[in-house]
Design a protein around this ligand. Structure first.
Ligand SMILES: *Cc1c(COP(=O)(O)O)cnc(C)c1O
Length: 458
């Protein structure tokens, strides 16, 4: 097939999500209760999540049916196109064939509504009236606001104060979709009031905003909490991306040699690659799978594999993952969605077992690749997405040297229409490249050392 866009019809939308858990070579390690160091019991999570999502966290089922109401909403923008980047190939002079799965066509502009819609649905089914969440730059907050509105749920977003003040446009999206948005720290929660007492001028952090959203959910009967990445059920919902891509590559008569995605908490990467990794585990596919992160927050490439808290404040269960330590504060790079101290436990396990190869890039070369992409393919990538593009460009240039006609497929996680200030800074030569200093990483990891060694069950 010579088409530039490989499209599926709406009735080819996947009917079930793909669960990697029963296909893993080793069973996943459970999250632990920080007090008892015992695996977290499902009931422990019921104050903030509906039973259906808690079940999906550890489901042994290879496939999980997508509810009809969720598929109907997916049809507002899914199936998303798989596109051949012919102009980019020409500009690079590569014999490789480059494809990208375009998740930027969703209403909020990224992959995040794939799980936001599912989470809103299950909470509505459970009789919940309102969802509380945190957001940094606003990608997740806007996706959840959109999803809640479609299911008639209220939505409360705790937005990191510095972003609330400096990045007004995604806040506008949240308001249009009917959410209430508060600059965090707020005086609506104990967690927020405590921070404000100590430091009235606090500009907030994702860790503080998570604490506020979780407290809001835990203290209101009709309110639950929603998380946009990291957890198994979030990764599960994102697998529509990879399942569609498999069908589209088959239509194009292609087999992927290299699959690439950017990793913040790991959800778009997992959603795109897990169905392929399942095939690799089962010996049905041979391909290289590359996870790309920033050198300023090198979780998979430089972190250690250990149990750590999911949040900065140390309130969540302990997760077995690659981590830079929950006290790690990455510099303020423009790919805000990639600044997380840990990564999804399922992604980390597959890195440890050798199925995923991690790689890190500084932000200037990523923006350079993003601008080349915008100038050839037209679409302006999110700064997060630019990391995947940079890796795809590098792999395509390797093919140019060797003459190999590899098929390179990457996940295009979102557009950058609300990140134009970052592009301005890049074009004006004002962006700093940041290699996180080894000593800083060592310090953060030493802070972890006072934790007892947890049994991993592995
Ligand atoms: C949030 C976000 C990411 C990073 O989150 P993951 O959970 O790692 O996918 C990447 N790209 C875009 C466009 C995002 O909005």
């Amino acid at each position: 097939m010579d088409d530039t866009k490989i499209l599926l019809s709406e009735n080819e939308l996947p009917e079930a999500w793909y669960n990697i858990i029963p296909r893993l070579p080793n069973p996943p390690a459970p999250p632990l209760n920080p007090q008892t160091k015992e695996p977290v019991k499902p009931e422990d999570l019921e104050p903030i999540f509906p039973k259906s999502l808690i079940e999906q966290e550890m489901s042994p089922e290879p496939w999980v049916e997508i509810p009809g109401a969720v598929r109907e909403i997916y049809k507002l923008w899914r199936p998303t196109p798989l596109q051949r980047a012919r102009n980019l190939e020409k500009a690079l002079g590569t014999p490789a064939r480059i494809y990208f799965k375009n998740e930027s066509v969703s209403p909020p502009g990224s992959h995040k509504p794939n799980t936001a819609v599912a989470q809103a649905y299950y909470n509505k089914e459970a009789g919940i009236k309102r969802l509380a969440t945190e957001t940094g730059a606003g990608q997740w907050g806007s996706a959840l606001s959109f999803a809640c509105k479609l299911f008639g749920l209220e939505c409360t977003v705790y937005m990191v104060k510095v972003s609330f003040e400096q990045k007004p446009f995604r806040k506008s999206l949240m308001h249009i979709w009917g959410a209430e948005v508060f600059p965090s720290p707020t005086n609506r929660t104990q967690a927020g009031r405590k921070i404000l007492e100590e430091n009235p001028d606090s500009t907030g952090s994702l860790g503080i905003a998570i604490s506020e959203a979780v407290e809001d959910a835990a203290t209101h009967e009709d309110t639950n909490y929603a998380l946009g990445s990291v957890l198994n059920h979030v990764l599960l919902h994102q697998t529509v991306i990879g399942l569609e891509t498999q069908k589209q590559l088959a239509l194009a008569g292609e087999k992927p040699d290299i699959l690439i995605g950017c990793v913040g908490g790991g959800s778009n990467f997992a959603g795109f690659t897990f169905p392929f990794i399942g095939d690799i585990i089962e010996g049905k596919l041979e391909a290289e799978v590359i996870a790309v992160e920033p050198t300023s927050c090198p979780t998979l490439t430089k972190g250690i594999y250990t149990y750590d808290f999911g949040d900065t404040a140390g309130l969540t269960p302990l997760l077995l993952m690659h981590t830079l330590g929950h006290s790690f504060e990455p510099p303020a790079i423009h790919a805000g969605g990639l600044r997380y101290h840990g990564d999804a436990p399922l992604v980390c396990q597959l890195v440890k077992d050798g199925y995923i190869k991690p790689r890190a890039y500084p932000q200037n070369p990523c923006f350079e690749a993003a601008v080349l992409f915008a100038q050839t393919e037209g679409i302006i990538p999110a700064p997060e997405t630019s990391h995947a593009i940079k890796a795809a460009v590098d792999e395509a240039l390797k093919c140019k040297e060797t003459g190999e006609e590899k098929v390179i497929v990457f996940g295009f996680s979102g557009h950058g229409h609300f990140d134009l200030a970052a592009y301005d800074a890049y074009l004006e030569g004002k962006l700093e490249d940041y290699e996180y200093p080894e000593e800083k990483i060592k310090e953060a990891l030493e802070a972890l050392a006072h934790f007892p060694k947890f049994p991993t069950g592995l």
